[in-house]
Design a protein around this ligand. Structure first.
Ligand SMILES: NC(=O)c1ccc[n+]([C@@H]2O[C@H](COP(=O)([O-])OP(=O)(O)OC[C@H]3O[C@@H](n4cnc5c(N)ncnc54)[C@H](OP(=O)(O)O)[C@@H]3O)[C@@H](O)[C@H]2O)c1
Length: 278
Protein backbone atom coordinates (compact mmCIF):
# COMPACT_ATOMS: atom_id res chain seq x y z
CA UNK A 1 0.00 0.00 0.00
CA UNK A 2 2.79 2.44 0.86
CA UNK A 3 6.38 2.75 -0.30
CA UNK A 4 9.22 3.40 2.15
CA UNK A 5 9.63 6.95 0.81
CA UNK A 6 5.94 7.90 0.96
CA UNK A 7 4.96 10.58 3.43
CA UNK A 8 1.88 10.08 5.58
CA UNK A 9 -0.48 12.77 6.87
CA UNK A 10 -3.39 12.39 9.27
CA UNK A 11 -5.97 15.19 9.27
CA UNK A 12 -9.05 15.54 11.45
CA UNK A 13 -12.41 16.73 10.11
CA UNK A 14 -11.68 16.79 6.39
CA UNK A 15 -15.04 15.82 4.91
CA UNK A 16 -15.98 19.50 4.39
CA UNK A 17 -14.58 23.01 4.63
CA UNK A 18 -10.94 23.94 5.13
CA UNK A 19 -10.01 20.35 5.99
CA UNK A 20 -11.41 18.97 2.75
CA UNK A 21 -9.30 21.33 0.63
CA UNK A 22 -6.27 20.71 2.83
CA UNK A 23 -6.59 16.93 2.45
CA UNK A 24 -6.86 17.14 -1.34
CA UNK A 25 -3.89 19.52 -1.63
CA UNK A 26 -1.77 17.30 0.66
CA UNK A 27 -2.60 14.34 -1.57
CA UNK A 28 -1.58 16.39 -4.62
CA UNK A 29 1.69 17.16 -2.82
CA UNK A 30 2.32 13.41 -2.59
CA UNK A 31 1.05 12.54 0.88
CA UNK A 32 -0.88 9.40 1.67
CA UNK A 33 -3.74 11.11 3.49
CA UNK A 34 -5.62 9.59 6.40
CA UNK A 35 -8.85 11.42 7.17
CA UNK A 36 -10.10 10.95 10.72
CA UNK A 37 -13.72 11.93 11.18
CA UNK A 38 -17.19 11.03 12.32
CA UNK A 39 -18.68 9.62 9.14
CA UNK A 40 -17.23 7.41 6.43
CA UNK A 41 -20.33 8.08 4.30
CA UNK A 42 -19.71 11.85 4.42
CA UNK A 43 -15.97 11.38 3.80
CA UNK A 44 -16.24 8.87 0.94
CA UNK A 45 -16.64 11.57 -1.79
CA UNK A 46 -13.30 13.13 -0.72
CA UNK A 47 -11.60 9.71 -0.59
CA UNK A 48 -12.90 9.13 -4.13
CA UNK A 49 -11.69 12.59 -5.28
CA UNK A 50 -8.20 11.87 -3.92
CA UNK A 51 -8.06 8.41 -5.44
CA UNK A 52 -9.04 9.90 -8.81
CA UNK A 53 -6.07 12.32 -8.77
CA UNK A 54 -3.26 11.71 -11.26
CA UNK A 55 -0.69 9.31 -9.83
CA UNK A 56 -3.33 7.16 -8.12
CA UNK A 57 -3.09 8.82 -4.70
CA UNK A 58 -4.21 6.89 -1.64
CA UNK A 59 -6.55 8.12 1.07
CA UNK A 60 -7.83 6.22 4.07
CA UNK A 61 -10.55 6.87 6.65
CA UNK A 62 -10.35 6.32 10.40
CA UNK A 63 -13.38 6.80 12.68
CA UNK A 64 -12.93 9.66 15.16
CA UNK A 65 -15.36 11.56 17.33
CA UNK A 66 -13.38 14.19 19.20
CA UNK A 67 -16.21 14.61 21.71
CA UNK A 68 -15.38 11.15 23.13
CA UNK A 69 -11.96 10.39 24.61
CA UNK A 70 -12.65 6.66 24.09
CA UNK A 71 -13.16 7.37 20.38
CA UNK A 72 -9.87 9.33 20.29
CA UNK A 73 -8.07 6.38 21.89
CA UNK A 74 -9.70 3.98 19.41
CA UNK A 75 -8.61 6.19 16.49
CA UNK A 76 -4.99 6.26 17.71
CA UNK A 77 -5.07 2.47 18.18
CA UNK A 78 -6.48 2.02 14.68
CA UNK A 79 -3.68 4.20 13.31
CA UNK A 80 -1.07 2.15 15.19
CA UNK A 81 -2.56 -1.04 13.72
CA UNK A 82 -1.87 0.30 10.20
CA UNK A 83 1.84 0.08 11.02
CA UNK A 84 2.63 3.25 9.04
CA UNK A 85 4.98 6.13 9.80
CA UNK A 86 3.41 9.55 10.48
CA UNK A 87 5.03 12.72 9.15
CA UNK A 88 2.23 15.24 9.51
CA UNK A 89 -0.70 15.60 11.91
CA UNK A 90 -3.21 18.34 11.08
CA UNK A 91 -5.54 19.10 14.00
CA UNK A 92 -8.19 20.75 11.86
CA UNK A 93 -11.65 19.63 13.03
CA UNK A 94 -13.63 22.13 14.99
CA UNK A 95 -17.02 23.33 16.11
CA UNK A 96 -18.28 26.84 16.86
CA UNK A 97 -21.51 27.62 18.64
CA UNK A 98 -21.97 23.99 19.70
CA UNK A 99 -23.65 23.50 23.07
CA UNK A 100 -23.63 20.95 25.86
CA UNK A 101 -21.11 18.50 27.25
CA UNK A 102 -18.89 15.88 25.69
CA UNK A 103 -19.28 12.19 26.56
CA UNK A 104 -16.64 12.72 29.25
CA UNK A 105 -18.30 15.79 30.78
CA UNK A 106 -16.31 18.65 29.24
CA UNK A 107 -17.82 21.77 27.65
CA UNK A 108 -18.52 20.69 24.08
CA UNK A 109 -16.48 23.24 22.12
CA UNK A 110 -13.48 23.02 24.45
CA UNK A 111 -13.71 19.22 24.46
CA UNK A 112 -13.81 18.85 20.67
CA UNK A 113 -11.51 21.69 19.63
CA UNK A 114 -8.84 21.35 22.33
CA UNK A 115 -9.08 18.29 24.57
CA UNK A 116 -9.80 15.69 21.90
CA UNK A 117 -6.91 17.01 19.81
CA UNK A 118 -4.66 17.19 22.88
CA UNK A 119 -5.18 13.48 23.54
CA UNK A 120 -4.96 12.51 19.87
CA UNK A 121 -1.64 14.33 19.53
CA UNK A 122 -0.27 12.74 22.70
CA UNK A 123 -1.15 9.28 21.45
CA UNK A 124 0.31 9.89 17.99
CA UNK A 125 3.53 11.55 19.20
CA UNK A 126 5.56 8.33 19.34
CA UNK A 127 4.77 7.77 15.65
CA UNK A 128 5.67 11.37 14.74
CA UNK A 129 8.93 11.26 16.69
CA UNK A 130 9.88 7.93 15.13
CA UNK A 131 9.16 9.36 11.65
CA UNK A 132 10.90 12.75 12.14
CA UNK A 133 11.29 15.24 10.57
CA UNK A 134 7.59 15.61 11.20
CA UNK A 135 5.04 18.34 11.96
CA UNK A 136 1.94 19.02 14.02
CA UNK A 137 -0.27 21.77 12.56
CA UNK A 138 -3.16 22.99 14.70
CA UNK A 139 -5.88 25.16 13.20
CA UNK A 140 -6.56 27.81 15.84
CA UNK A 141 -8.20 31.18 15.17
CA UNK A 142 -7.91 34.91 15.57
CA UNK A 143 -10.93 34.40 17.85
CA UNK A 144 -8.40 33.55 20.58
CA UNK A 145 -8.17 37.34 21.06
CA UNK A 146 -11.78 37.46 22.23
CA UNK A 147 -11.21 35.84 25.61
CA UNK A 148 -9.76 37.17 28.83
CA UNK A 149 -8.17 33.80 29.65
CA UNK A 150 -8.87 30.10 29.74
CA UNK A 151 -11.88 30.09 32.00
CA UNK A 152 -11.16 26.90 33.95
CA UNK A 153 -14.59 26.97 35.58
CA UNK A 154 -16.20 26.78 32.12
CA UNK A 155 -14.35 23.63 31.11
CA UNK A 156 -16.37 21.22 33.27
CA UNK A 157 -19.83 22.73 32.80
CA UNK A 158 -22.21 23.02 29.90
CA UNK A 159 -21.94 25.94 27.44
CA UNK A 160 -22.86 29.15 29.28
CA UNK A 161 -22.79 31.95 26.69
CA UNK A 162 -25.75 32.57 24.37
CA UNK A 163 -23.77 32.33 21.12
CA UNK A 164 -21.06 29.89 22.25
CA UNK A 165 -18.47 32.39 20.99
CA UNK A 166 -16.90 32.79 24.44
CA UNK A 167 -16.35 29.03 24.63
CA UNK A 168 -15.04 29.00 21.05
CA UNK A 169 -12.53 31.74 21.91
CA UNK A 170 -11.45 29.75 24.97
CA UNK A 171 -10.91 26.65 22.85
CA UNK A 172 -8.95 28.51 20.18
CA UNK A 173 -6.69 30.15 22.75
CA UNK A 174 -6.14 26.61 24.05
CA UNK A 175 -5.19 25.43 20.52
CA UNK A 176 -2.57 28.14 20.27
CA UNK A 177 -1.09 27.61 23.75
CA UNK A 178 -1.06 23.85 23.20
CA UNK A 179 0.95 24.22 19.99
CA UNK A 180 3.48 26.56 21.64
CA UNK A 181 3.92 24.30 24.68
CA UNK A 182 4.18 21.22 22.47
CA UNK A 183 7.07 22.83 20.59
CA UNK A 184 8.94 23.27 23.87
CA UNK A 185 8.34 19.70 24.92
CA UNK A 186 9.47 18.39 21.53
CA UNK A 187 12.79 20.23 21.55
CA UNK A 188 15.48 18.04 20.01
CA UNK A 189 13.03 15.64 18.32
CA UNK A 190 12.79 17.31 14.87
CA UNK A 191 9.02 17.40 15.26
CA UNK A 192 7.91 21.01 14.76
CA UNK A 193 4.57 22.58 15.61
CA UNK A 194 2.52 25.41 14.09
CA UNK A 195 -0.79 27.02 14.99
CA UNK A 196 -2.68 29.32 12.68
CA UNK A 197 -5.62 31.51 11.83
CA UNK A 198 -7.03 30.46 8.43
CA UNK A 199 -8.98 33.69 7.83
CA UNK A 200 -12.74 34.05 8.11
CA UNK A 201 -13.88 31.33 5.75
CA UNK A 202 -17.22 30.40 4.19
CA UNK A 203 -17.66 26.90 5.66
CA UNK A 204 -20.20 24.93 7.64
CA UNK A 205 -18.62 25.86 10.96
CA UNK A 206 -21.04 28.72 11.40
CA UNK A 207 -24.13 26.47 11.14
CA UNK A 208 -24.63 26.29 14.92
CA UNK A 209 -24.62 30.06 15.43
CA UNK A 210 -28.00 31.69 16.07
CA UNK A 211 -29.62 32.89 12.81
CA UNK A 212 -29.29 36.56 13.77
CA UNK A 213 -25.51 36.28 14.16
CA UNK A 214 -24.73 34.83 10.71
CA UNK A 215 -25.29 37.96 8.54
CA UNK A 216 -22.72 39.75 10.73
CA UNK A 217 -20.09 37.31 9.46
CA UNK A 218 -20.99 37.88 5.83
CA UNK A 219 -20.54 41.61 6.34
CA UNK A 220 -16.88 40.94 7.13
CA UNK A 221 -16.28 39.23 3.77
CA UNK A 222 -15.64 35.51 3.77
CA UNK A 223 -12.77 33.62 2.12
CA UNK A 224 -13.38 30.48 0.06
CA UNK A 225 -12.30 27.14 1.55
CA UNK A 226 -9.44 27.11 -0.99
CA UNK A 227 -8.18 30.47 0.28
CA UNK A 228 -8.81 29.36 3.87
CA UNK A 229 -6.59 26.29 3.48
CA UNK A 230 -3.53 28.25 2.32
CA UNK A 231 -2.03 28.97 5.74
CA UNK A 232 -2.54 25.38 6.93
CA UNK A 233 -0.81 24.18 3.77
CA UNK A 234 2.01 26.67 4.22
CA UNK A 235 2.61 25.40 7.77
CA UNK A 236 2.37 21.77 6.64
CA UNK A 237 4.58 22.01 3.57
CA UNK A 238 6.76 25.11 3.61
CA UNK A 239 7.24 26.84 6.94
CA UNK A 240 10.78 26.31 8.25
CA UNK A 241 11.20 23.72 11.00
CA UNK A 242 13.05 26.45 12.92
CA UNK A 243 9.78 28.38 13.24
CA UNK A 244 8.40 25.70 15.55
CA UNK A 245 5.87 26.85 18.14
CA UNK A 246 4.84 29.99 16.26
CA UNK A 247 1.36 31.22 15.33
CA UNK A 248 0.66 31.98 11.67
CA UNK A 249 -1.81 34.09 9.72
CA UNK A 250 -1.69 34.88 5.99
CA UNK A 251 1.11 32.30 5.59
CA UNK A 252 3.51 34.10 7.91
CA UNK A 253 4.38 34.09 11.60
CA UNK A 254 2.21 36.57 13.47
CA UNK A 255 2.19 37.73 17.07
CA UNK A 256 -0.74 36.24 18.97
CA UNK A 257 -2.60 38.21 21.63
CA UNK A 258 -0.57 38.60 24.86
CA UNK A 259 -2.46 35.67 26.42
CA UNK A 260 -1.36 33.51 23.52
CA UNK A 261 2.24 34.23 24.53
CA UNK A 262 1.71 33.42 28.20
CA UNK A 263 4.12 30.55 28.85
CA UNK A 264 2.81 30.00 32.38
CA UNK A 265 -0.77 29.69 31.09
CA UNK A 266 0.41 27.27 28.39
CA UNK A 267 2.12 25.10 31.01
CA UNK A 268 -0.94 25.19 33.28
CA UNK A 269 -3.23 24.21 30.39
CA UNK A 270 -0.91 21.34 29.48
CA UNK A 271 -0.82 19.99 33.02
CA UNK A 272 -4.59 20.27 33.44
CA UNK A 273 -5.20 18.66 30.05
CA UNK A 274 -2.95 15.75 30.98
CA UNK A 275 -4.98 15.23 34.14
CA UNK A 276 -8.32 15.59 32.29
CA UNK A 277 -7.50 12.88 29.73
CA UNK A 278 -5.97 10.48 32.26
N1 LIG B 1 -14.33 28.97 8.93
C1 LIG B 1 -13.70 29.95 9.55
O1 LIG B 1 -13.93 31.15 9.30
C2 LIG B 1 -12.65 29.63 10.57
C3 LIG B 1 -11.97 30.72 11.18
C4 LIG B 1 -10.99 30.44 12.13
C5 LIG B 1 -10.70 29.13 12.44
N2 LIG B 1 -11.39 28.11 11.84
C6 LIG B 1 -11.03 26.73 12.22
O2 LIG B 1 -10.83 25.96 11.05
C7 LIG B 1 -11.05 24.58 11.35
C8 LIG B 1 -11.89 23.95 10.26
O3 LIG B 1 -13.17 24.56 10.30
P1 LIG B 1 -14.10 24.79 9.01
O4 LIG B 1 -14.37 26.24 8.97
O5 LIG B 1 -13.56 24.08 7.82
O6 LIG B 1 -15.44 24.10 9.55
P2 LIG B 1 -16.43 22.98 8.97
O7 LIG B 1 -16.65 23.16 7.51
O8 LIG B 1 -17.62 23.00 9.87
O9 LIG B 1 -15.60 21.65 9.21
C9 LIG B 1 -15.38 21.20 10.52
C10 LIG B 1 -14.93 19.76 10.48
O10 LIG B 1 -14.80 19.32 11.85
C11 LIG B 1 -15.47 18.08 11.97
N3 LIG B 1 -15.94 17.82 13.33
C12 LIG B 1 -16.83 18.55 14.04
N4 LIG B 1 -17.06 17.96 15.23
C13 LIG B 1 -16.29 16.84 15.26
C14 LIG B 1 -16.09 15.81 16.21
N5 LIG B 1 -16.77 15.77 17.38
N6 LIG B 1 -15.22 14.82 15.92
C15 LIG B 1 -14.56 14.81 14.74
N7 LIG B 1 -14.70 15.75 13.80
C16 LIG B 1 -15.57 16.76 14.05
C17 LIG B 1 -16.63 18.18 11.01
O11 LIG B 1 -17.14 16.90 10.74
P3 LIG B 1 -18.74 16.59 10.68
O12 LIG B 1 -19.13 16.72 9.25
O13 LIG B 1 -18.82 15.20 11.22
O14 LIG B 1 -19.42 17.60 11.57
C18 LIG B 1 -15.95 18.82 9.82
O15 LIG B 1 -15.27 17.86 9.07
C19 LIG B 1 -11.70 24.57 12.74
O16 LIG B 1 -10.73 24.22 13.71
C20 LIG B 1 -12.13 26.01 12.95
O17 LIG B 1 -12.18 26.37 14.32
C21 LIG B 1 -12.35 28.34 10.91
Amino acid sequence: MTTSTERIALITGANVGIGRTTAIELAKAGYLVIIAGRSLARTQPILDDIQALPGKRTALFLPLDLSSLASVRACAAAFAALNLPLHLLVNNAGVAGARGLTVDGFEMTFGVNHLGHFLLTQLLLPHLIASAPARVVTVASRAHKRTSGIHWEDVRRTTQSITGIREYANSKLANLLFSAELAKRLKGTQVSTYSLHPGVVDTEIWRALPNWARPLLRLRGLLTAEQGALTTLHCALQAPQSETGLYYADCQPTAPAPLGQDAELARALWERSEAWVR
